[in-house]
Design a protein around this ligand. Structure first.
Ligand code: SF4
Length: 62
């Protein structure tokens, strides 16, 4: 499954980058998925980061 961040929703808490730093980074005031890590949504830590994102900006897809 894929993971992405909707920048229009992200308000830059940086929690995702602190929680799962090998998948998420914090750049220019937004959370981003690191290059090559978009297929990480099966990782329980990534799913938890999505659940705990305060702005529901982390999207899990097929
Ligand atoms: S946890 Fe959510 S709001 Fe915070 S930086 Fe990550 S995507 Fe943005």
């Amino acid at each position: 499954m894929t993971v992405s961040v909707d920048r229009a929703l992200c308000y830059g808490s940086a929690e995702c980058a602190h929680r799962v730093p090998d998948v998420f980074a914090f750049e220019d005031g937004y959370g981003v998925v690191r290059p090559g890590r978009a297929e990480s949504a099966d990782d329980p830590q990534v799913r938890e980061a999505a659940e705990k994102c305060p702005s529901q900006a982390i999207l899990l897809g097929e």
